[in-house]
Design a protein around this ligand. Structure first.
Ligand code: EPU
Length: 368
């Protein structure tokens, strides 16, 4: 366990916002967490779990003890006629993990390539892209309860996955069933409570079904298929195409600081949608299985004229209005946008979308 003081967080958040952690502990194993909890000073302090920093907006120095998850390890656990099961340490880089699975000949995660962040953060917001969500490939995860030091295992139902949502994003109840669950032992279903800030995820397992089938159907992927003249793509082709699609429309955080989509795509009732279509016939919308309708937040923001606009050094990406960017020079170490500027911009966007469409956009990143 390595405890550091006054640590610059600019390299550890993909927005490249300047802020410091008063205390930062690098967590390389579940045993490190137990050590933190055994330390009288660290144990009593509030804690903030940091993965790849790809879904946070830092609005100042972090006073809580930052637990930076650096737990490594990649392995194949099962290879049966029906599936491969693979496991990754929570501190592994997500994209590198996906690339590793394909290099091992284990397809199934290729639609989720190039999503920034770590393996441990992926279940927190149930990452998704091009018709696949993490929950579609999820097997189980191990975590440590930061209140009790107990390790426990959760299956998909217990993670309560939803669109960009899980049990890890909801506030913890003061006394709940997370305590006392032995690792690998019987797990209790978390009903009506959350584990936000309480569960430090240490490893995640994925079930990759056999036989592999590509998940197609997105217009951008169909265009790539048509260009290549390929009807039945391989997993590697899907990987390459989705990398190209993402690179063409999303900023690379190594070059331009950002946190991916800043807002969730909102869902509305068919009546609300019909009302908006009557006023804005071009609105991009998708019918959901439950009868509700999902609207493209990027389109709503774009329609309000936000593309390319800025507040201070925080801006709306020119090629995709759903992504807010840090216009300061990120990788050079220059100061760039503050978290306050990002949030002022986000609130102005929410207000203008609400005034025009009557829809309140929900931000994806955690504001720290
Ligand atoms: N659109 C515009 N103007 C814009 C942006 C989008 O008109 O500035 C329109 C597009 O033309 C398209 C529609 O909005 O018709 C949807 O855009 P896109 O296909 O790019 O997908 P998205 O809804 O913006 C979601 C995810 C992305 C994921 C893509 C592909 C959310 C919040 N975002 O974006 O996830 O990569 O679908 O599956 O669900 C992320 O979460 O960080 C992320 C990038």
């Amino acid at each position: 366990m390595l405890v550091e003081k006054n640590v610059p967080l600019q390299p550890f958040n993909t927005f490249h916002i300047v802020a410091k952690a008063h205390t930062l502990v690098r967590i390389t194993s579940a045993a490190d967490v137990v050590q933190v909890l055994a330390d009288p000073v660290l144990q009593a302090a509030p804690k903030f779990i940091l993965g790849g920093g790809s879904n946070i907006v830092l609005t100042g120095d972090v006073k809580a003890v930052v637990l930076k998850v650096e737990i490594k390890g990649l392995r194949v656990l099962e290879d049966t006629p029906r599936a491969w099961v693979v496991e990754a340490g929570a501190g592994e880089n997500w994209h590198d993990f996906v690339a590793w699975t394909l290099a091992q000949g284990l397809p199934g995660l290729e639609n989720l390539v190039l999503i920034p962040g770590t393996v441990g953060a992926a279940p927190v917001q149930n990452i998704g892209a091009y018709g696949v969500e993490l929950q579609d490939r999820f097997e189980s995860l191990d975590a440590v309860d930061l209140q009790t030091g107990q390790t426990f295992t959760l299956n998909a139902a217990q993670c309560a996955f939803d669109y960009r949502d899980s049990v890890f994003k909801h506030a913890a109840a003061p006394a709940d069933v997370a305590s006392g669950r032995p690792a690998g032992g019987e797990v209790l279903r978390p009903v009506g409570f959350g584990l936000a800030g309480r569960a430090l995820i240490t490893s995640v397992r994925f079930r990759l079904p056999k036989p592999w089938k590509p998940v197609l159907g997105y217009l951008d992927i169909e265009k790539k298929q048509a260009q290549a003249g390929v009807t039945h793509p391989t997993a590697q082709q899907m990987f390459d195409w989705i990398c190209e699609i993402r690179r063409a429309k999303l900023p690379d955080p190594a070059v331009i600081g950002n946190a991916g989509s800043f807002f969730k795509n909102p869902t509305v009732t068919p009546e609300q949608c019909a009302d908006i279509i009557a006023r804005d016939p071009k609105i991009v919308h998708y019918q959901l299985a439950d009868g509700r309708v999902k609207l493209a937040a990027g389109w709503l923001i774009d329609a309000c004229g936000w593309k390319g606009k800025s507040v201070g050094q925080a801006g709306v990406y020119e090629k995709q209005a759903l992504v807010l960017v840090n216009r300061g020079v990120s990788s050079s170490g220059a100061d760039g946008a503050t978290g306050g500027e990002v949030m002022t911009l986000a609130k102005a966007i929410q207000t203008s979308v609400y005034e025009r469409f009557g829809i309140l956009l929900e931000a994806e990143p955690v504001v720290v």
